[in-house]
Ligand binder design. Structure first.
Ligand SMILES: Cc1cc2nc3c(=O)[nH]c(=O)nc-3n(C[C@H](O)[C@H](O)[C@H](O)COP(=O)(O)OP(=O)(O)OC[C@H]3O[C@@H](n4cnc5c(N)ncnc54)[C@H](O)[C@@H]3O)c2cc1C
Length: 326
């Protein structure tokens, strides 16, 4: 059995207290929500925080509420998101993505905030400490080389969140609170294409909530590729949102790929092909061809590289056809 390293657990009773605790301990501390990703990573010594600041007791992070659109507290579990009637009716791609994460026990513990902040993954990193040590570690933890591409100055670990590409395709915003105050940013501005520093959050910030705009007139879909139908992380995620006139003419389109880089990748060129037209199977194939060219998967996740590249075209076509109903 692999054991957790020793750490101190702090249980703040308010958001303010949580942020103050994090500011006090700085890099020695980490936030923990459901712990479904962080605890296994700590067991493998990918993270060794002295202090964990638990977010579960914070009421500011809980629940789903109406306003202009829907606000989802970052501490809402993936099961709650997947089963919420309004999320299912108005944002079906998000309900689907949340419901496809891992397995039921982990969805009951894991939160949507933790999912948006989840660590990037790589074949050379998501291994036991002994495995990584035998290899000489990698630049993401304890080493200084990227084994995926030895000449790469940057870590190429892959963004593997199911909900992140969907949040971007829905035009979501996220509310962040830290020692410097609070701010709202677009979900796509949360990420950078760097496997180590993959979040653009400021030091000690907590992700408090996700704000979804009203989506009248839009249809959305999410498809996930993985080896098994459960448990596995995505090796490709395709999030689509299409807005159409009553006569079927597409007036806006968004297409975002997950698990093909260190951040979710928007493909506006492919989406733009659809705008101004009634979507047909031929148009779907054209857009899928273009989108697949932007998907440059690396040899550091499950399944073969050329298979994943081919599947990018197939999955984009299927996700577009599903959203367009053609
Ligand atoms: C076997 C297995 C399979 C999995 N399969 C999938 C999968 O298919 N798809 C997928 O997307 N994920 C998968 N996961 C990862 C994980 O379960 C989910 O991403 C889950 O949503 C993480 O949420 P959490 O609340 O448990 O996060 P935690 O583990 O608590 O935290 C994850 C990270 O986010 C940070 N964090 C958490 N909440 C906040 C916040 N509010 N503000 C700032 N930082 C925060 C933590 O500091 C940590 O760095 C899997 C994990 C396991 C162990």
């Amino acid at each position: 059995m692999i054991r957790l390293p020793p750490f101190r657990y702090l249980a703040p009773r308010s958001l303010e207290e949580a942020v103050a605790m994090k500011a006090e301990y700085g890099r020695e501390a980490m936030y923990v929500a459901g712990g479904t990703d962080l605890f296994p990573n700590m067991k493998r010594r990918q993270f060794e925080p002295m202090v964990l600041i638990g977010l579960r007791g914070l009421k500011e992070l809980r629940g789903i509420s109406n306003g202009r659109g829907l606000t989802i507290g970052a501490g809402t579990t993936l099961s709650e998101v997947a089963n919420h009637s309004q999320v299912r009716a108005q944002y079906p791609s998000l309900a689907r993505a949340a419901g496809l994460v891992s397995s039921p026990p982990l969805r009951n513990m894991g939160t949507i905030g933790g999912n948006l902040c989840v660590d990037t993954r790589c074949t050379y990193y998501n291994q036991s400490h002994a495995w990584r040590k035998a290899l000489g570690f990698c630049m993401k933890k304890d080493g200084n080389v990227c084994w995926v591409a030895l000449s790469s100055p940057e870590c190429l670990a892959v963004s593997s969140s199911d909900c992140a590409p969907v949040a971007i395709s829905l035009g979501a915003q996220v509310r962040l609170v830290g020692p410097q105050g609070e701010r709202m940013i677009r979900a796509d501005a949360l990420y950078r294409n760097d496997g180590m520093q993959y979040l653009k959050t400021w030091p000690d910030e907590v992700l408090v909530s996700i704000h979804l705009p009203p989506m009248q007139g839009w249809r959305t879909s999410y498809l996930k590729l993985r080896r098994r139908g459960s448990i596995d992380f995505p090796i490709l995620g395709v999030a689509v949102a299409l807005r159409s006139e009553e006569d079927g003419t597409c007036t806006d389109a968004r297409l975002v790929l997950g698990a093909v880089a260190s951040q979710p990748v928007s493909v506006p060129e492919a989406a733009a092909l659809l705008v101004g037209h009634r979507i047909t199977p031929e148009l779907v194939n054209e857009a899928a061809e273009l989108a697949a060219r932007q998907a440059k998967p690396l040899d550091n996740t499950d399944m073969g590289l050329s298979f994943r590249k081919k599947m990018a075209r197939v999955y984009v076509a299927r996700a577009l056809a599903q959203a367009a109903g053609c």
